[in-house]
Design a protein around this ligand. Structure first.
Ligand SMILES: Nc1nc2c(ncn2[C@@H]2O[C@H](COP(=O)(O)OP(=O)(O)O)[C@@H](O)[C@H]2O)c(=O)[nH]1
Ligand SMILES: [Mg+2]
Length: 464
């Protein structure tokens, strides 16, 4: 069994964000965090693995419960020189392992005695109090490399007082908020952890490099996922055989529904792929968001999520010189410009009024009965690609930035980010490719590469 990688035990008072810090540093959203103390009952190791290799391991532990009594025991048994104090702690753990009396302390001390570094977590939005000193004393007796993390759970800030006190017990004191921390903050904290022990500097520096590469890889995979998705949806043509001589109304309706469902499903699949790239597979979404995922793509809200006003949508098409006959109809129709209201209208049964059929061609192919085929698509609406793109870029950036300590629902509503998303010249570049999708023409490798890069730039803007 190899155990060369650094290990850290995250310890402290109950409810100070220990589990949240472990989740954030292990990039693991499955770790239980809780409002009620006692959510974490037993210690548990969370290794951070990259390509099957462990780069470091964090131990989530229960909070101190009876620190005063533990320290009294240590003092009673610990009339020893400083270098022997960890033996006394070991004795304490050995003696109380089987009883339940100090279960939480036994759990949290074990990984430290087995060689883990100490990360002591406090909530610096609450005033400092001397009652924490026994905890810090116990940890000092363990004689392991240690640092303290100031977490600001509430709005107030007592970091100065805390820093003065913590500085007497811990080698390093750093601020880290597990809920808001992103990639940069994660790496900055690792830089500090690398200083705790000589033997850890190299492996943690290595971890930083590996995590940085992993981050770039995740960005690339996200862009590829989005580009693949755009390609699939924008060139999608639904086909089915027709039984009779003419296309029946029912057949046509059914086919249209199948076409729309397929497109909605493409989006759902894309979201799942993005969430899995960033290890956020179980992220909960608002009800409103769920609606957006399913029918919302075709609702008026999708236009505001996308952040484009009507005028800008017109400009998008016009500046790219892509107004075809059908496109112009849609644009002059005013409110039908939003794909949302158009298809939303159909769902509500008034589609014909809005010229729903202009959005994609329904063709009947083939000559003889029994060999006729119905085909729907690709989507001709000029704005459709930007609705898709805006929604997927925004979703991907929120997922990419999301700390694994966060447990709230994903909020994808009420966002407006027009120019930040993509300026006119970027949209113009994309439009060439979208036009080809609409005509089911092949896209050249160069063009697709430019397309990829534009989307990448837009995504990076959203990340920062
Ligand atoms: N707003 C905010 N909440 C936090 C922060 N850190 C932890 N929490 C919340 O505080 C509660 C306790 O966190 P948890 O990590 O389970 O604490 P533990 O008992 O020390 O493991 C959870 O509801 C967390 O979501 C923070 O930095 N900001
Ligand atoms: Mg916990």
């Amino acid at each position: 069994m190899s155990s060369t990688y650094p290990k850290f035990a995250v310890v402290g008072h109950p409810n100070k964000g220990k589990s949240s810090i472990v989740a954030s540093l292990a990039l693991d959203a499955s770790i239980q965090v809780g409002n009620t103390p006692g959510t974490t009952q037993v210690k548990r190791g969370f290794p951070l693995k990259v390509d099957g290799e462990i780069v470091y391991e964090l131990f989530d532990t229960p909070g101190f419960q009876r620190a005063r009594r533990v320290f009294a025991w240590l003092e009673q048994h610990g009339d020893v020189p400083a270098d022997k104090r960890s033996d006394v702690v070991r004795e304490f753990v050995f003696e109380h392992k089987e009883s339940n009396q100090f279960r939480d302390e036994v759990e949290l001390l074990e990984p430290i005695l087995a060689g883990a570094g100490i990360i002591y977590v406090v909530d610096a939005s609450k005033p400092y109090g001397a009652e924490y000193e026994v905890e810090m004393e116990i940890l000092r007796w363990c004689g392991q490399p240690s640092m303290a993390i100031l977490n600001l759970i509430g709005d107030e800030d007592y970091r100065e007082d805390w820093t003065r006190a913590l500085g007497q017990y811990f080698r390093l004191v750093r601020t880290y908020n597990p809920i808001t921390a992103g990639h940069e903050e994660h790496l900055a904290l690792l830089e500090s952890m690398a200083q705790l022990k000589e033997g850890w500097t190299k492996p943690i520096k290595k971890a930083i490099t590996v995590l940085d590469e992993l981050y770039d890889q995740k960005i690339n995979n996200s862009i590829t996922t989005i580009v693949d998705y755009m390609t699939e949806v924008l060139s999608f043509v639904h086909k089915e055989n027709i039984k009779g001589e003419v296309l029946s109304k029912e057949e046509e309706e059914r086919a249209k529904i199948a076409y729309r469902e397929k497109i909605v499903n493409y989006e759902l699949q894309e979201r799942k792929r993005i969430e899995s790239i960033w290890n956020h597979v179980n992220v909960q979404k608002h009800e409103g968001e769920l609606v957006l995922d399913e029918v919302g793509l075709f609702s008026e809200e999708s236009a505001s999520i996308f952040g484009l006003g009507q005028k800008e949508l017109i400009i998008t098409g016009a500046s790219a010189g892509a107004i075809t006959g059908a496109g112009f109809d849609l644009i002059t129709a005013g409110h039908t410009l939003f794909l949302g209201s158009v298809i939303g209208g159909v769902v509500g049964g008034v589609g014909a009024m809005f010229g729903f059929d202009n959005l994609y061609e329904v063709k009947v192919l083939g000559q003889s009965i029994g060999k006729r085929e119905l085909s729907i698509g690709p989507m001709q609406n000029l704005n459709f690609p930007y609705v898709l793109l805006g929604r997927s870029l925004y979703h991907a950036s929120v997922i990419a930035k999301r700390s694994h300590a966060k447990r709230d629902d994903l909020d994808l509503e009420n966002v407006s980010f027009t120019e930040k998303l993509m300026d006119a010249s970027m949209r113009k570049g994309l439009e060439k490719v979208h036009a080809k999708f609409r005509k089911t023409k092949d896209i050249e490798a160069d063009e697709l590469n430019d397309y990829h890069n534009t989307i990448r730039n837009s995504f990076l803007n959203l990340l920062h």
